[in-house]
Design a protein around this ligand. Structure first.
Ligand SMILES: Cc1cc2nc3c(=O)[nH]c(=O)nc-3n(C[C@H](O)[C@H](O)[C@H](O)COP(=O)(O)OP(=O)(O)OC[C@H]3O[C@@H](n4cnc5c(N)ncnc54)[C@H](O)[C@@H]3O)c2cc1C
Length: 840
């Protein structure tokens, strides 16, 4: 079995820097000894209380915004009562040996790159890169490095950054600037304009009355304290979910041989995680969020609608799972786990993909529930939801099964226990199924997080509730604004305290997104609304390349892209149609035929590892997107499709059908837009093949334009124009790659503006008709004239463009690459033979 520790080469201080937008590549600084409070200024702009993953994520996001020049931040202070920034409770060295419960691909502390942690593992602990659930300790090391690099970055950007090692015990609102006064456990205090509470997780208990008893553990963390337990003693573990499983594994890793009893109300274990796959109809879940938000669920209960729709989705896509999920049988715990493990090993637990696909949407569903519905959910459905949605990693499933089969572990119903002082035993109030007393010498509370704030053991939290600076939420935690995470008193909160408002609040993927929203609010950037974006994709290479770059970026920003493939009459012309000039035919071959007839059919829907671009089919299967062919973009039935999918912004990427009033009217609303990304400066370069025209005219750069769509080609008001450089050293088709970055940036920036409530109809430039020129396909004479200037559409023997296509779609798999190379080569040869007579 491979070791789960960091590789020796990577455990030195010379680790590969963390990649991604969050931090740059540079040397790191040490935070092992945090600043002493007396050496730092006593005022700060932003004070973040709690330096676990959540507090760190807020700092990362703030630093990122300064780096992106949104706003300069003068000073940040991170106040942490432990000695390290980053690992917090879950990922400290006290958790050595325990593995992550979430797949490493979801654990990147970077909202636009969930893979950041996996990439870090690949770079620093190569031998673990195929292990989807590495140790928590390893994750703690990633967080520590991220903290070091972020702090270093902050200082370089001129932010006066301090991390201080203190416990905050009180916060008071000042009647005048700066805003808040924070008192430390040492009696010192500082003033801050803004405060973010990132206090972390608090252990839930069901038997607080046992406190004071030496054999009672009110929280299993840090797990190292479990080492003091006698190995042959019998133990009651209160809980049967992920925390209880961690505790059993930690005990066994310590050599425990005594009996372990899981005690919970449900007496159910989590199910087991199957292979990580994508739900092919993920967009349905996004549509469901919009329906609920827009009140389309009718008069019925929102919760009822949600449950029905989820059932339907699972039923339609994974019919075999519906019985299992909604009508669980009477199988024993051990039988159920045996079946789960075996299904997970065979990769047969497909229905989980539907539940996993809800992760980012759950808070939106939750936000549409009334307080009563939320309470009803927690009472009636939550336990089942946790069983299936929060499944355990397969490795843990196998270990637990072994313990159950050996008889060392059992799972019983119950909650309350009392202490039999005379026998020095804890005894459950409830008997087991056979009517026997359930007892243990040690009792460990292992229920996970406490969400009832009245029970949370934090002096700071209790003081803030008493003083009224924080208000409790009627369902759970404290009340914060859904978008900004700000309380009525102006303090921000992230993490477990916000459960009542957001439902999912502690997993790394949620923490990063929530931190990002807090950072937006701290710098007064309007909240980003998740949008539905329709991308109309042409049959040509560049439509597809732009699409491939755009999709992951849109998804990372929380949007849901939809891909529409309008019928391309230019491409699907009849075989009998008259041939055009040779150069245009050759361009057509390399720009469309090779992609549509060779690359796409050969690659299929499975993405090529290491390829820079994905085809439409690969994108759809990789991200669970809707892809639909559209015979006529102006048909009423297509307008209905736009409506059904709640499309906010439509963007043709070199689509060759013209929009008419019917479809344009759909977008004619203050919050909807139909925009065209046009390769060419407007109004001088309207029409087709404008890059070729600009090259023929000797322009040094190409103007890219984003404009509104009206009923004519390329005549709508221009939102923005940007320039990209033309590479005259390459043929036109390959040289166009240099413009891709500008294309993608322009679309993303417009979407970002719309998503943050900006008006894309303001400040546009009306095209000057007098300067306007509409370019058609060039004639043979025009082609020859431009060729004489040294400009080629495609290089003469096609070698350059061939190599370019291999670079785009080839990937790392040599065998597949060879097949692709062979098929393109054959197609090229065939085309040359077929077009011999028009060759010049
Ligand atoms: C045992 C365990 C396992 C988990 N496993 C996973 C997993 O596999 N995947 C996943 O995504 N999530 C997991 N989680 C969820 C995990 O909590 C989050 O991923 C994340 O660590 C939460 O970070 P946090 O900063 O909110 O909390 P914490 O990491 O608890 O950090 C909060 C910090 O605030 C400090 N603090 C609190 N009060 C004060 C104060 N008054 N003054 C100064 N400092 C203060 C604490 O010392 C602490 O360091 C797990 C949680 C636990 C408890």
């Amino acid at each position: 079995m491979e070791s789960l520790s960091l590789s020796p080469s990577a455990s030195s201080r010379h680790r590969a820097p963390i990649q991604g937008y969050c931090v740059p590549n540079q040397a790191s600084i040490s935070v092992s000894s945090l600043d002493q409070i007396l050496t730092v200024p006593k005022t700060t702009d932003i004070a973040i209380v709690g330096g676990g993953a959540s507090g760190l994520a807020v700092v990362v996001e703030l630093v990122q915004r300064v780096k992106a020049s949104y706003k300069q931040i003068r000073s940040i202070m991170l106040i942490e009562k432990r000695e390290k920034i980053g690992p917090g409770l879950a990922y400290s060295d006290a958790s050595t040996g325990l593995i992550l419960n979430m797949h490493s691909d979801t654990m990147g502390l970077c909202p636009i790159n969930a893979m950041q942690f996996s990439e870090w593992v690949r770079a620093n602990a190569t031998h673990l890169s195929k292990h989807p659930f590495p140790t928590r300790y390893l994750y703690g090391q990633y967080l520590t490095q991220l903290a070091e690099e972020t702090m270093n970055d902050a200082k370089k950007l001129g932010i006066d950054f301090h991390a201080v090692n203190r416990e905050v015990i009180d916060i008071q609102k000042l009647s005048e600037e700066p805003g808040f006064a924070l008192t430390m456990g040492t009696g010192e205090y500082i003033q801050a304009k803004e405060v973010v509470l990132a206090l972390g997780n608090f252990c839930a208990t069901v038997n607080p009355q046992l406190r004071g008893n030496a054999n009672y553990f009110r929280c299993p963390w840090p797990a190292e304290k479990l080492r003091a337990i006698d190995r042959d003693t019998d133990i009651l573990v209160m809980g049967s979910r992920l925390t209880a499983i961690d505790v059993a594994n930690a005990l066994v890793a310590n050599g425990h041989v005594g009996n372990i009893t899981f005690v919970s109300r449900s007496a159910r274990l989590p199910s087991v995680q199957g292979a990580r796959k994508v739900f092919g109809r993920k967009f349905d879940l996004s549509n469901l969020a919009r329906e609920l938000e827009e009140g389309e669920s009718g008069n019925g209960s929102t919760l009822g609608v949600l449950i029905e729709k989820m059932k339907d989705l699972i039923d339609e896509n994974y019919p075999e799972a519906a019985t299992r999920l909604f009508e669980p049988g009477n199988k024993s715990v051990i039988e159920t786990l045996r079946k789960d493990v075996s299904e997970a090993e065979r990769g047969a637990i497909m229905w989980q993909v539907v539940l996993w696909a809800t992760t980012a949407l759950t808070e939106r569903y939750w936000n549409t529930f009334t307080v009563e519905e939320k309470q009803h959910w927690l009472k009636e459905f939550n336990s089942k939801w946790v069983t299936y949605r929060h499944a355990m990693p397969l490795d843990n499933g196998k270990k637990i099964l072994e313990l159950l089969e050996s008889g060392q572990l059992r799972v019983v119903k119950g909650s309350k226990a009392f202490s039999d002082e005379y026998r020095q035993r804890f005894v459950l109030e409830q008997k087991d199924d056979e009517g026997r007393s359930v007892e243990g010498h040690i009792l460990i509370e292992s229920l996970g997080q406490e969400f009832d704030i009245s029970k949370i053991n934090s002096p700071l939290l209790q003081t803030l509730l008493t003083s009224g600076l924080l208000e409790s939420h009627p369902v759970s935690g404290i009340d914060v604004d859904f978008n900004t995470f700000k309380t009525a008193s102006g303090i921000y909160a992230i993490g477990s305290l916000t459960k009542g408002v957001h439902f999912y609040v502690i997993a790394a993927d949620r923490v990063t997104v929530h931190a990002s929203r807090i950072a937006d609010s701290l710098i007064h950037l309007p909240h980003r609304k998740p949008l539905h974006i329709a991308l109309f994709v042409g049959s040509d290479l560049f439509s597809n390349l732009i699409l491939s770059k755009l999709i992951p970026q849109l998804l990372a920003r929380g949007h849901c892209p939809f891909i529409f493939l309008p019928k391309d009459t230019g491409y699907s012309r009849p075989a009998s149609a008259k041939r055009g000039p040779y150069d245009l035919e050759k361009l057509h071959f390399w720009e469309r035929n090779v992609l549509q007839e060779t690359i796409i059919p050969l690659l299929g829907a499975t993405p090529n590892i290491g390829a820079e671009f994905m085809t439409v089919q690969q994108l759809a299967s990789h991200y669970g997107l809707l892809v639909q062919s559209v015979p006529d973009i102006n048909a009423q039935s297509f307008v209905e499709t736009l409506k059904e999918n709640h499309i906010d912004i439509g963007i043709p990427l070199r689509c060759n059908q013209r929009f008419s009033s019917n479809t344009i009217a759909y977008f004619n609303s203050p919050s909807r837009y139909l925009l065209n990304l046009h390769r060419g400066k407007l109004p001088e370069y309207q029409g087709v093949m404008t890059t070729f025209r600009a090259m023929g005219n000797g322009d040094t750069d190409i103007g890219n334009s984003l404009h509104h769509i009206d009923e004519h080609f390329d005549t709508g008001d221009v939102i923005e124009a940007r320039k990209g450089e033309i590479d005259y050293g390459k043929c036109m088709l390959v040289g166009m790659k240099g413009l891709l970055g500008v294309d993608v940036e322009m679309v993303l920036d417009a979407v970002e503006k719309g998503a943050r409530g900006g008006n894309l109809r303001e400040g546009n430039v009306v095209q000057d008709e007098k300067r306007a020129k509409y370019w058609k396909f060039p004639t043979e004479v025009e082609l020859n004239m431009v060729r004489e200037k040294g400009v080629e559409l495609v290089d003469k023997d096609g070698k350059e463009v061939f190599a370019f296509l291999m670079e785009c779609y080839g990937g790392d798999d040599e065998e597949r690459k060879e097949e692709l190379r062979g098929q393109i080569s054959d197609a090229w040869l065939k085309w040359k033979l077929d077009n011999f007579e028009i060759m010049d």
